[in-house]
Design a protein around this ligand. Sequence first.
Ligand code: BGC
Length: 450
Amino acid sequence: LYEGGVPTGTGTSSTSAAGTPVESTSSPPAGSTRPTRPVGNPFKDATFYVNPSYQTSLTGSIQTSEGGVKATLQSMMDVPSAYWLDKRDKIFGSSTDSMEGILADAAAKAVPELVVFIVYDLPNRDCHAKASNGELCCSYKADGRCDYLDVGDGKCTAGLKQYAEEYIDKIAEVLRKYAGRVPVVLVIEPDSLPNLSTNQADPRCGNDATKSAYQDGVSYAVKALAAADPSAAIYLDAGHGGWLGWKDNMKDFVQTIKGLDVSEHLRGFASNVAGYQHVGEVCPTYDFCLNNAHPDHPCCSDPCGLTSQWNPSHNELQYALHLRKAMREGIPGFKPHMIIDTGRNGVAGMRSDCANWCNIRGAGVGFVATTDTAKPSVVDAYFWLKTPGESDGCSETLPDGGSCPRFDEDCASEDSLGFRSQEPRAPEAGQWFDYQIKPVSYTHLRAHET
Ligand code: BGC
């Protein structure tokens, strides 16, 4: 933890009114409202909230299945997963289809349960793909969708104002109501900062408007949400090992994070969100598998052939360790922890091309939520962040025969469900698509041994 040039080590720990341990690095000046942040793994010893809206979706699928598939789906009913705040209208409400309703429900449990939310509504969202383009824009086309190429004032001023006032400030309002009463984990804006590191050549990502939207938006979100609930644990999205694992990409990402000046508010990073990279095993050293060294060692299992391309982050555990090291070296005092999304990485090596990411056939769900990770000092939890059974994006033709408004060609990859003629078409990103988890050969529910 680094604050204003003062190294850590002089920090004090205390307990907040609600009993959550909090840490401050040095005594705040009188009258300061500087937030404190939680110490330790927020998932440890918590009971995880199971999302009723997920259970409702699953119930429908259970009713239309039988045998082994039915039994597997039934066993998924009690598995915790994150709730995506991917639209403004998911913030307020009394039902468990809203953030507010979920927190009310979690607060009413005998012991309030830990809720994981994904904050996901930046202006010009999903700049390098189309499937998850969002509702807020730096500049709007006549049809209400984003004009990614209109740079406007180059700062996305109007889009960021909307993001702050209509989205983040509203989330902050709800968080304040439950702060210290319900344990909350926030995962901030999947894909956004990683896109800034590697997709500058794409004019939709590399222009000044999108860059400001992502950098200023994420920075605002972290600061506002940390202030609203100082006991919330905040993780920024960090892509995955097959994306930022290369030394240069990681270096660039560290610089981006450093530039935001938010690390004091972070518990760490979430990796593999909606991704397919396998968890793998920890290797003895940094470059243990590089350039095809130790091919028979289990930790070198590398279905995407990354090590032969000088990427030592060929599995998510390795990525977690490398990212932590790079962050520690680049940002003094920062020791980030990780969550790995295991919602879609139950089966390694099922893609013909690891660049494919949309509704991958045969992926299977990975480890259910646990803090019993292979490297607990760094990896806080495996958790289903992207909801298994929800679509990554639509096929060109929707299940009802209409044409998909956010069609991305990657959703027509040969690895994507819906590509083969006998497979059903996929609905829009986030819609229920149980074909992904239903056919028994595609279902690999793996409970982590404790
Ligand atoms: C979609 C969101 C959805 C989330 C979880 C994302 O890819 O864009 O709308 O809520 O996945 O399924």
